[in-house]
Design a protein around this ligand. Structure first.
Ligand code: IPM
Ligand code: MG
Length: 359
């Protein structure tokens, strides 16, 4: 089977972490008899520099034509002076919209080997932490009507938070399906005490719940959810929420694990199409220095193997290889403690490829 992957290395450390991930995928292909073909395309700051826009049509077309997209990172100080609409980050929103990537899966897990990095008291996370935030990604305030207007009081601006029943239903189904594959526990997060869009959200989630009698569902207001995540994170398993709340809560959840440099993500459309990227950003301060941690991108590729290609054993193997390298004590700078030996991006990639070889 030939799997076609569009690669968006992007900016900063993006190209370095993507390069190591490609080596890992090639090793998986070699071991299991799959062939992965890669087409590299531009998005973000490098696309602004080369094509005059952050998301060229050609990039969208090639992504659409592929089975999956693997993205490194976009953005950097070089483009910070640009007006909002022209910034590299807009490429992400453009890709989400154009590719219909409505379901964003952001696992926040605590790697046992890195438990020290967790900023919470050990007793709060004993036995590990394994949460998935399912964030709605193509609706809500990010994509609602927005405008700058003149009012009696001067200039004003607004952004509309709007959700249709269809949009809530389809993300709820993704979350319930995820809960069924895990511990059958789902928390829906909204602000139904204040927002009409949240009341619709809650009603539709409750309707979908009828099809999943085995899933234990509860509802939290977003302010309470933010508090509970640091107070008692182990009460959460799958969290489903809107675009803006998911943006905020997924950052919080990732920080609770203490290893944001380790976390992958998937953005899925209907069917099996998806875009996969690390949760971390482009880290321009260490770009090109062989210092970046490629593990989050490699774990994103594992999600791609699992969710888009249905290669479950291969996905498990990649995750296992990452865990093995951690267990052997190898650390890139972002996850190293004082006094620990530090490896670079390329060595980290090589160690993971070697671990796959030995499995
Ligand atoms: C994220 C980022 C993006 C978002 C930005 C860069 C547009 O914060 O993927 O979480 O808000 O969705
Ligand atoms: Mg964010």
């Amino acid at each position: 089977m030939d799997y076609r992957i569009a690669l968006i290395p992007g900016d900063g450390i993006g190209p370095e972490v993507i390069a190591e991930t490609v080596k890992v995928l090639e090793k998986v292909g070699e071991k299991h008899g799959h062939s992965f073909s890669f087409t590299e395309v531009l998005a973000g700051g490098c696309a602004i520099d080369n094509k005059g826009e952050c998301l060229p049509q050609e990039t969208i077309d090639i992504c659409r034509d592929s089975d999956a997209v693997l993205l490194g990172a976009v953005g950097g100080p070089k483009w910070d002076h640009l007006p909002g609409k022209e910034r590299p980050e807009m490429a992400l929103l453009g890709l989400r919209g154009a590719l219909g990537l409505f379901a964003n899966l952001r696992p926040a897990m605590l790697f046992e080997e890195l438990a020290d990095a967790c900023p919470l008291k050990p007793e709060l996370v004993s036995g590990g932490l394994d949460i998935v935030v399912v964030r709605e990604l193509t609706g809500g305030i990010y994509f609602g009507k927005k405008e700058i207007i003149e009012t009696e009081d001067g200039v004003a601006a607004y952004d509309v938070e709007q959700y249709s029943e269809m949009e809530v239903r389809r993300i709820a189904k993704v979350a319930f399906d995820m809960a069924m594959k895990r511990n059958r526990k789902l928390t829906s997060v909204d602000k139904a005490n204040v927002l009409e869009s949240s009341r619709l959200w809650r009603r539709v989630v409750n309707e979908v719940a009828k099809d999943y009698p085995d899933v234990e569902l509860n509802h939290f207001y977003v302010d309470n959810a933010a508090m509970q995540l640091v107070r008692e994170p182990k009460q959460f398993d799958v969290i489903v929420t809107s675009n803006i709340f998911g943006d905020i809560l997924s950052d919080e959840a990732s920080q609770v694990t203490g290893s944001i440099g380790m976390l992958p993500s998937a953005s899925l459309a209907t069917g099996n199409f998806g875009m996969y990227e690390p949760v971390h950003g482009s880290a321009p301060d260490i770009a090109g220095q062989d210092k970046a941690n490629p593990m989050a991108t490699i774990l994103s590729a594992a999600m791609m193997l699992r969710y888009t290609f249905g290669l479950l054993d291969e996905a498990d193997e990649v995750e296992e290889a990452v865990r093995k390298v951690l267990a052997e004590g190898y650390r890139t700078a972002d996850i190293a403690k004082e006094g620990e030996d530090i490896i670079g991006t390329r060595q980290c990639g090589r160690l993971i490829v070697d671990a796959l070889d030995q499995m």
